[in-house]
Structure formats: structure tokens, C-alpha cells
Design a protein around this ligand. Structure first.
Ligand SMILES: Nc1ncnc2c1ncn2[C@@H]1O[C@H](COP(=O)(O)OP(=O)(O)OP(=O)(O)O)[C@@H](O)[C@H]1O
Length: 225
């Protein structure tokens, strides 16, 4: 479970202080599929970075699986993220000069797993996202949808309980968006908590719950984006 309480976040622009997140309190239960929507600049990515343990420079409290994320040392915080959260981005963020299998296996390499075990887990995960036949090719030779499957495989290779995706279909056409959302939905059906920021209403409507953000604040269900 994920509990954000009274989160406030500021950015400095020279001497100007910008209040980007305003008193955000959200609870997300294990296994939920939540979409976050709102206008450009409303604070969605800033919020996602906090939820996904990439940023803890904020005020308020954030408990993840009962742990106070702000009480962790820097090393513990990074480790906690690697164990609990898988990230997927709009532009895939794959390493071009590494094969698909090596990209997906990277988080396991960081964990110090033996080579043979890494290959076995990677093949399992690639099969799960439907691109086992691409294991030994390079990302740039794949379509956008295939590259996003690789990125999803990399996000889930450590078996995290939460997958966080920032505009994961933003660079994909509508047919590919449907395919990628199928992959996400299967993942969620198998028990993974899924949190997606999206501008695409067809993606947002697949979520169990929609969190709407306006100017850094959570809006009620009747707010029209
Ligand atoms: N690192 C940063 N330094 C300074 N200001 C920032 C930084 N990151 C975001 N901001 C500001 O915070 C506000 C919210 O940005 P954020 O990226 O969270 O919005 P968003 O809702 O995700 O937008 P979009 O839909 O366009 O991605 C914006 O005004 C942005 O300029």
C-alpha cells in the first residue's frame, strides 16, 4: 500500500518559488490500476517522481508498504526503489548499444545475479511481453511498440510490486497503444499495482480509478479534464 499525506513540493526559479504540488493526500492499495490525468504543467510527472521514489525533496509523508520513505538513508532509498518499483517512460530509455536481453537483464546484473540465472529470468519476462524472438537484437531495430515491450520487460524483471509509467503510450500510434495497454492490463491482472500518467482518455478510462490533477491539486470526480 502507498500512502501520501499532505505532500507539498516547490521548485525555485531564480528567486521565485513555484508551488507545484499542493497538499496532495492519496492512498493506493495493492493491485490497483490508477491513472493520473491533468493538463500539461499541472504537476503529474512531479507527483509520479515522488511516488516512484525518484524524488524525495518534498514536505509531507510518504509510506510505501508501511515504510517511511523519507526515513531511509540514500542507499536504502535506492535499494528500496529497485526492489519495489519498475519504471516505464514515454521514450523507452533503452541503451542502444546493448541487446534487448542485456537491456532487460541490467537491473538483475546490478543485483549481482549469476549470468545463467539472468538469462533464464530475462527469457521468461520477454516471453511474457511477447518478444522472446527479439532477445538478441538491438533496440533501434525494433518498432516503437516492441521497444516499449522491452522497457516493460526491464521494469518487471525484478518482480516489483508497483509499476509506474509516465506517458507510456505517448510515442505510439493508436493500434500499438491498444497492444501495450493489453500488456499492462495483464500485468495488473496478475497482481501488480499499476500507476500511469497519461494524456490519452482511451488509456485513462481503462484504469479502475482516475486521479485528476489541476494546478498541483487533486480534483473531485466531477472535474472535467
Ligand atoms: N526540475 C524542475 N525544475 C523547475 N521546475 C520544474 C521542474 N520540473 C517541473 N517543473 C515545473 O513544475 C510544473 C509541473 O511540471 P510537471 O512536469 O510535473 O507537469 P506535468 O503535469 O507532468 O506536465 P506534462 O503533461 O506537460 O508532462 C511545471 O510548471 C514545470 O515547469
Amino acid at each position: 500500500m502507498l500512502e501520501l499525506k499532505q505532500i507539498n513540493k516547490f521548485f525555485m526559479h531564480g528567486k521565485e518559488k513555484q508551488h507545484v504540488l499542493k497538499d496532495i493526500s492519496i492512498t493506493i492499495n495493492d493491485g490497483e490500476f490508477v491513472a493520473i490525468m491533468g493538463h500539461s504543467g499541472s504537476g503529474k510527472s512531479t507527483l509520479l517522481n515522488i511516488i516512484g521514489l525518484l524524488d524525495r525533496d518534498f514536505s509531507g509523508s510518504y509510506l510505501l508498504n508501511g515504510r517511511d520513505t523519507r526515513a531511509l538513508s540514500k542507499k536504502q532509498y535506492t535499494r528500496f526503489r529497485n526492489e519495489n518499483v519498475g519504471w516505464v517512460f514515454q521514450n523507452f530509455k533503452l541503451i542502444d548499444n546493448m541487446t534487448v536481453a542485456d537491456n532487460v537483464g541490467l537491473p538483475l546484473q546490478y543485483q549481482g545475479k549469476p549470468h545463467k540465472e539472468i538469462r533464464r529470468i530475462v527469457e521468461d519476462v520477454l516471453a511474457q511481453v511477447g518478444i522472446l524472438d527479439k532477445a538478441d537484437t538491438y533496440p533501434k531495430l525494433l518498432s516503437g511498440g516492441q521497444q516499449q515491450r522491452v522497457a516493460i520487460a526491464r521494469a518487471i524483471v525484478t518482480n516489483p510490486n508497483i509499476v509506474i509509467a509516465d506517458e507510456p503510450t505517448g510515442a505510439l500510434d493508436s493500434a500499438t497503444t491498444i497492444e501495450i495497454m493489453d500488456v499492462f492490463r495483464r500485468l495488473n491482472a496478475a497482481g501488480t499495482t499499476l500507476i500511469i500518467v497519461t494524456h490519452d482518455a482511451s488509456v485513462g478510462e481503462q484504469a479502475e480509478r482516475l486521479i485528476k490533477i489541476l494546478d498541483g491539486q487533486v480534483m473531485g470526480a466531477d472535474y472535467e479534464i
